[in-house]
Design a protein around this ligand. Structure first.
Ligand code: SF4
Length: 90
């Protein structure tokens, strides 16, 4: 289960009034940019439409460390068919 899907599931459970669900969105992403082959994306595949992008805050990824640009890509790309709402806790 990805962090994003965990957040979605928690939101559904909260909607069902089963109480707040804790989701750990502060963990360090496991991959470096080199490890992920991070580079400029294509018209059809880029971070801005990826399942792993913007989970907790803009320009971040749950799998790749550091500042992540919207128009870039890596080998862990998975197109998001149901974008999650932007969450800003600052
Ligand atoms: S393409 Fe890679 S770096 Fe970009 S959001 Fe998806 S997993 Fe993260």
């Amino acid at each position: 289960m990805t962090v994003r899907s965990a957040i979605r599931e928690a939101m559904k459970l909260e909607d069902d009034q089963k109480g707040p669900i804790e989701v750990d969105v502060h963990r360090e992403p496991p991959h470096t940019k080199d490890d992920a082959d991070y580079k400029m994306g294509t018209e059809r595949e880029y971070c801005g439409i990826c399942e792993h992008y913007q989970v907790k805050k803009k320009d971040a990824c749950e799998l790749v460390q550091g500042y992540i640009q919207y128009d870039h890509w890596c080998r862990f790309f998975e197109e998001d068919t149901e974008p999650a709402p932007f969450v800003d806790d600052q």
